[in-house]
Design a protein around this ligand. Structure first.
Ligand SMILES: Cc1cc2nc3c(=O)[nH]c(=O)nc-3n(C[C@H](O)[C@H](O)[C@H](O)COP(=O)(O)OP(=O)(O)OC[C@H]3O[C@@H](n4cnc5c(N)ncnc54)[C@H](O)[C@@H]3O)c2cc1C
Length: 382
């Protein structure tokens, strides 16, 4: 169907999943990443059955499971005492959905995707290329980069994250804005983790206006810790702003003492913070030969643990749409029809769950209660 490559902006989890799915259907892709080196930040993420079905189809699920943690129980705990208030057994998740929930180091998932794309076509990945502008006609797109390079393609996929420049260029609208929440993240080597926390493995400790979540990565070698809470002011942009253990501890000083010990155990230079950014759902995901994908289409707050999963689902459906359609406009129309409602809904549900997590008066609905794990991106109609 295509003569020129499909151009993808952003080598994050979504862009790479799309690239791999397209390559496996015989399409030539060129992926352009702003960063000088294509790599992931050190943090954890949760990969649930819906995304694992796509990863299995892409040939990566076994490799990812071999690198990751799979806790026996996902706990909810009292934030003042650590007492367990609820638990979901991973075995039950696996029985019901066919896949357990994995706790994954982002760099491991990203690395597997990147290696697979590169193996298929060593010319596919291009670092140091920041999207600048785009011209499109009925026949194709011409993309320009800040470094002066340009490329002609049959289609452009904007997979450049929650502050997407492609989205702003093509669709206009408001920029991503601070949503009043600041998150901290750290990776803590297992030797430094307090025993009681290590025994819990995976636990969400919810409190008024804040929560702490910890879970092990790489078979328990590292504990991933996330704290997220409402904050009055935040100006800086970026995922990796250094923070101090003292400021983290101060915000969470009424939490279970073992959790405060965990915060104190964060190695020097190992704590980062970021201001969560949000954008209103996009009413159209496609314009001409351009389509949005992943956080660029639906900036996902972390409250449902579904941002990476949704980006992987998008990538799979985009690839399947290209595989099923006769031409580019038909492929993009199929993709938008298959994905827009789910992506936009999950974005809004994630926002809602963020409010519920920090306000005991609101009803909570996590990914399981919302039925998100039932979705099969490999089989759903496209
Ligand atoms: C700490 C943390 C924990 C999370 N936990 C979970 C979890 O448990 N489960 C889950 O599913 N999700 C989780 N998420 C969310 C998830 O990581 C994102 O939703 C997901 O990565 C979206 O993927 P993406 O490829 O769309 O965007 P991104 O991963 O943001 O990738 C976008 C890429 O585009 C590049 N780029 C940006 N602008 C340009 C430009 N102008 N030109 C070229 N390249 C550009 C960026 O450098 C980046 O590489 C978490 C997020 C964070 C930060």
């Amino acid at each position: 169907m295509t003569l020129n490559p499909i151009v993808i902006i952003g080598a994050g989890i979504g862009g790479l999943a799309a690239a791999l799915g397209l390559q496996r259907r015989g399409f030539k892709v060129r992926v352009f990443e702003r960063a000088v080196e294509i790599r992931e930040i050190g943090a954890g993420l949760i990969v649930t059955a819906n995304a694992r079905r796509a990863l299995k189809d892409l040939g990566l699920d076994d490799g990812l499971a071999a690198l990751s943690s799979r806790v026996p129980v996902l706990h909810g705990c009292d934030y003042r005492t650590g007492e367990i208030t609820r638990g979901v057994r991973n075995e039950d998740i696996e029985k019901r959905y066919g896949f357990s929930t994995l706790q994954v180091h982002r760099a491991d998932l990203h690395g597997l995707l990147m290696a697979a794309v590169d193996r298929n076509d060593p010319a596919a990945l291009h670092a140091g290329h920041e999207f600048a502008s785009l011209d499109q006609t009925e026949r194709g797109v011409n993309v320009k980069f800040v470094n002066g390079a340009s490329i002609a393609g049959d289609a452009l996929i904007g997979a450049d994250g929650n502050a997407s420049a492609v989205r702003s260029f093509v669709f206009g609208g408001e920029a991503a804005a601070f949503n009043g929440q600041v998150a901290f993240r750290a990776l803590i080597p297992k030797e430094r983790v307090p025993k009681a926390v290590a025994e819990l493995q995976f636990a969400m400790h919810t409190a008024p206006r804040r929560y702490l979540l910890h879970y092990p990565l790489r078979h328990g070698e590292i504990m991933n810790l996330i704290g997220c809470g409402q904050s009055k002011a935040w100006e800086a942009e970026g995922w990796s702003i250094p923070a101090t253990n003292d400021e983290f501890e101060q915000e969470y000083s009424d939490f279970w003492p073992e959790l405060l010990d965990l915060i104190r155990a964060i190695p020097p230079g190992g704590l980062f913070k970021w201001g969560l950014r949000d954008r209103e759902p996009l009413q159209r995901w496609v314009k001409g030969r351009v389509a949005m994908l992943g956080d660029a289409a639906h900036p996902m707050t972390p409250f449902l643990g579904q941002g990476a999963c949704m980006a992987i689902e998008d990538g799979m459906l985009l690839a399947r749409a290209f595989g099923a359609a006769r031409d580019v406009p038909a492929a993009l129309a199929r993709y938008e029809a298959a994905r827009k409602t789910r992506g936009n809904n999950v974005q809004l549900w994630s926002r809602e769950e963020g409010l519920a997590l920090q306000d005991p008066a609101r009803p909570r609905k996590g990914a399981i209660e919302l039925g998100l794990l039932d979705y099969d991106p490999v089989l759903v109609a496209v």
